[in-house]
Ligand binder design. Structure first.
Ligand SMILES: NCc1[nH]cc(CCC(=O)O)c1CC(=O)O
Ligand SMILES: [Zn+2]
Ligand SMILES: [Zn+2]
Length: 321
């Protein structure tokens, strides 16, 4: 089947149908990033991300139950486990997907797909012996992991690796396996090599052990590359286009809204943006709530229909006031 003829994966769920329209910030636009660790009983503070924790599978009910009562609609799962492959059936992310589907049938479950949290070198793809990226097998491996998450019950797979060809490889794999009309494909399309991922790399244990990610994540000033990546991913079958980080890249978000007016648009307010807003408030520069709203409303104004943010629990509360 032609990749461009399969649209149903993008609106198979009531929540992904909501993301098809642009509007003011509301609870359905918030996707909460959570870190699943391999110790099932763990609940461990992440010092670089104030207020956020790593959670074991057995603790998810007490953690998410109250948030779902307040209106949490969706989460995106990140795993950290250098000792086992990303698609290990007993790995933390797959166990969490299965558990959440049973515990909270209405919760929309997206999964970040990458290799860096699971490889010894901490890079997002498979490397040649000289340390450069080997794209074709990387895309195939990423597609295999994405399919494993879809099969476990994920509503959405979201590759953050930035390997060339992975969107086509994943979409094709989902279609070939009969998941084309069930699982949404959200592409981290315009993902920049940013200094704002530091707290996340701490949390997920995914800092590269040598070198950096500049050969696959985009140079911060490369507007043209970002536009080409967005257009490429639309052609390859992405159901949602994402820009990441959010606040320093609002022009890219506005470009994406213009290049992809018919796609839902996601923005990732990343770990360093969150840490920055919290730190500024703590230093008395501004009020936390006011600045959380200002930054998020700016992201929506630039064109986002979906926001991945660590402020989600606080917004669920603030939006009720
Ligand atoms: N591919 C790994 C990944 N997936 C999401 C983030 C960043 C998320 C955040 O900072 O909140 C990163 C870090 C990176 O690429 O270095
Ligand atoms: Zn990742
Ligand atoms: Zn990665």
């Amino acid at each position: 089947m032609e990749i461009s003829s399969v649209l149903q994966g993008g609106y198979a769920h009531p929540l992904s149908r909501e993301w098809q329209t642009r509007k003011k910030i509301d609870k359905s636009m918030l996707m909460y990033p959570i870190f699943i660790t391999d110790d099932p009983t763990a609940s461990v503070e992440i010092s670089s991300l104030p207020g956020q924790r790593r959670w074991g599978v057995d603790r998810l009910e007490e953690f998410l139950g109250p948030l779902i009562k307040k209106g949490l609609k969706s989460v995106i799962l990140f795993g950290d486990d250098r000792g086992s492959p990303a698609d290990d059936p007993a790995g933390p992310v797959i166990l969490a997907i299965r558990k959440l589907r049973v515990l909270f049938p209405s919760l929309y479950i997206a999964c970040d797909v990458c290799l860096c949290e699971y490889t010894s070198h901490g890079h997002c793809g498979i490397l040649h012996s000289d340390g450069t990226i080997n794209s074709p097998p990387s895309a195939e491996r990423i597609a295999e992991v994405a399919f494993a998450y879809a099969k476990a019950g994920a509503h959405c797979v979201a590759p953050s690796d930035m390997m060339d060809g992975r969107i086509r490889a994943i979409k094709k794999r989902l279609i070939d396996e009969g998941f084309g009309n069930k699982c949404l494909l959200m592409s981290y399309s315009a993902k920049f090599a940013s200094g704002l991922y530091g707290p996340f790399r701490d949390a997920a244990g995914s800092a590269p052990s040598f070198g950096d990610r500049k050969c696959y994540q985009l140079p911060p000033s490369a507007k043209g590359l970002a536009r080409r990546a967005i257009q490429r991913d639309m052609v390859e079958g992405a159901d949602i286009i994402m820009v990441k980080p959010a606040l320093p890249y609002l022009d890219i978000l506005a470009d994406a809204a213009q290049l992809a007016p018919d796609h839902p648009l996601a923005a990732y307010q990343v770990s360093g943006e969150y840490a920055m807003v919290v730190a500024g408030a703590k230093a008395g520069v501004y009020d936390l709530r006011a600045m959380a709203f200002e930054t998020t409303e700016s992201i929506v104004r630039a064109g986002a229909t979906l926001i991945l943010t660590y402020f989600t629990p606080q917004f669920l509360h603030w939006l009720d006031e």
